[in-house]
Structure formats: C-alpha cells, structure tokens
Design a protein around this ligand. Structure first.
Ligand code: ZN
Length: 326
C-alpha cells in the first residue's frame, strides 16, 4: 500500500509554527491532491466545498513533518464510516474512539482507514490508553500483540523510543500534546483536560522523558493539537480556584466573559492551550519549538468532535505520533 506522505518527498516547510498541512485521503482510489507545498490557507480554501463522505482528513504540523524519522497526525471527523454522530444524512464520520453509542466494528474499520491514510499500512501498530484525567505517564516498550479495544493502560500520557509503534491520544475537546526528541529519537503523547493540566501531566511527562531517554529540553519539539478554545470553555469557579492554588501564572489562563450591560454574569473561561504551552515553556522548550493548532473544537463541529458542543454524545479524534519502522 502506498504511503500518501513518503518522507523523502517532503520539502522543508516555512518556519511558521502555526501552519497546518492537510492530507486528504480518497478511499475511492482517485488521486489525492498533493498537499506537500501548499500553504495552509490555500489548502483550506481548496478543501471547502469538496468534502465528501469519501474524504478523510489528517492535519499535520510542519514542525514535526520536517523530522524524517517521525510519523504524526491529527484526525478530524471528516471521512470515515460512523453514522451515529453525523450531522449530514449522507456523510459517514471518522470516530476513532470506542464510545458507548458507536459500533465497535465501525470504529475498528475507521482506525484501519486512518492508519492506512497516514502510514500506508492499515495494521500499523497503534497503542491507545484508558484515559482517566490523571497525570500518569507510561512507557511503551513493544508494539501491541494485536489491535486492542481496551487500551494499553489506565493513564493519560505515554512515551516510547521504539520504532514501529504509533501512540494515540483520544480527544473531543481536551488538548492533545505531541512531543518529539529530535536527538534521542523518542516521542510522547499526552491527554490534557483541565484535570490533567492542573496536575501538570505535560511537565511530568517531559520529566519522565528526561529520566528514561535522557531527553534535553533544547532537543524537544511539541505540537498542541485541536481542542476547546477559551472562547467556548466556560468553567466553574472551583476550577479557577484550583489553578490559582497550583499555578503561579493562573491569572493569565482565565478570561472573564459576560456583560454588565446585558446583565449577564461574568464566568471564567479557561485557556487550556495556553496552560499547556506554559508547561512546555516551563520545562525549557524554546518558543519556536512549540506549534499550536489554533482551532477550537467547539467552534468547529463541522470538522471536529466536541464533547461540550454536542452535549456529551460525540465521537473521538486521534492524535498520533511514532517513530517510523526500521
Ligand atoms: Zn470556541
């Protein structure tokens, strides 16, 4: 099976940490458009209006694409075979999580489609977790024996220095964070909702990378994937209180949204992306070594699953990172 994105054909992308690549995948067998050197804005424009139920979309950050031994991608809800969450009567969607409402065999098929589009191999070893909003990070030392629906461990972060394994973080509003050590050839993925963020899962994960792989902050690059933005993430005062206790910079992570004129109460809105960016910076990463996918899942339910916007009944995206097989 042909890979859509062989590393040898990639050109160094512009030095914009915010640019995204799209990898449309046509299951029907038509030739996919070559996304390699197309600016993100052009790709977005070209894609709109053309999306069909046949088209699967994977977002990539140039910061990670330029590392030739690395595989990574952020799925969207576009393409796929799930009908249960679809807002369109004609379009299947790419639910990649074993949710209560979707059929497990459909999710298995979606995962195969996703892996094939990304790697050329529908059976590429994929490890996922039973995510519980913890700060637990596990090390993956070997590929799973077989595709699993139950998850590798109860944890919210994982890391590996072994080739041929994709680490997959499942989200639908929470923030996925992918990290690569350019020098030691190690990778990690983290699931950061507010609970994991206030427990500093990313900081703790980078510390684990230091102790297990001797990773130095100057060799690390990170991408913060699509998640709910401060625009939509209203939280209770108790969440703000907890951040105030745990983070010296907590005041910078909250917006107050409301209007005295309209007589609406001002509620705190949490900027989870900034909270995780601050953890990466605090761990010693350079500003330029961090890319942010600036897309709010809750504002963009045509593209992303959003637990909050869809009131808990929605699918899951996968954010994956791994080392190419030897
Ligand atoms: Zn939003």
């Amino acid at each position: 099976m042909r890979s859509l994105l062989p590393c040898r054909t990639l050109m160094p992308p512009p030095d914009s940490p915010l640019e995204l690549r799209q990898m449309p995948h046509h299951r029907s067998g038509t030739n996919p458009a070559d996304p390699i050197d197309t600016p993100a804005e052009d790709m977005l424009a070209a894609e709109s209006g053309q999306a069909t139920m046949e088209q699967l979309e994977i977002l990539q950050a140039p910061l990670l694409v330029r590392i030739d031994w690395l595989i990574h991608g952020f799925s969207t809800r576009k393409g796929g075979r799930s009908m249960i969450y679809s807002q369109s009567p004609t379009g299947g969607e790419l639910n990649l999580g074993f949710t209560n409402s979707d059929d497990a065999s459909t999710v298995v098929a979606n995962r195969k489609d996703f892996l094939e589009a990304l790697t050329g191999n529908p059976g590429f070893p994929l490890v996922t977790l039973r995510q519980v909003h913890s700060s637990t990070v596990v090390q993956v030392e070997a590929p799973p024996a077989a595709a699993s629906t139950s998850g590798f461990a109860e944890a919210d972060g994982m890391m590996t220095d072994q080739p041929g394994i994709l680490l997959g973080i499942q989200t639908a509003d929470c923030i996925p964070v992918l990290v690569a050590d350019r020098k030691r050839r190690a990778v990690a993925g983290f699931h950061a909702g507010w609970r994991g963020t206030v427990k500093r899962i990313v900081e703790q994960g980078l510390e684990r990378m230091r102790s297990e792989f001797r990773s130095s902050p100057e060799d690390l690059v990170a991408v913060i994937g699509p998640g709910i933005g401060a625009c939509c993430y209203e939280v209770g005062n108790e969440v703000e209180d907890e951040f105030m206790v745990q983070c010296p910079y907590a005041a910078e992570l909250f917006l107050r949204v409301g209007s005295a004129e309209l007589n609406t109460k001002k509620h705190p809105h949490l900027d989870l992306v900034e909270a995780n960016r601050r953890q990466l910076l605090g761990a010693g990463l350079d500003l330029e070594a961090i890319a942010v996918v600036q897309q709010c899942t809750s504002c963009n339910t045509d593209r992303f699953f959003s637990y909050r916007a869809e009131r808990g009944t929605t699918g899951r995206m996968l954010s994956v990172i791994g080392i190419r097989p030897c």
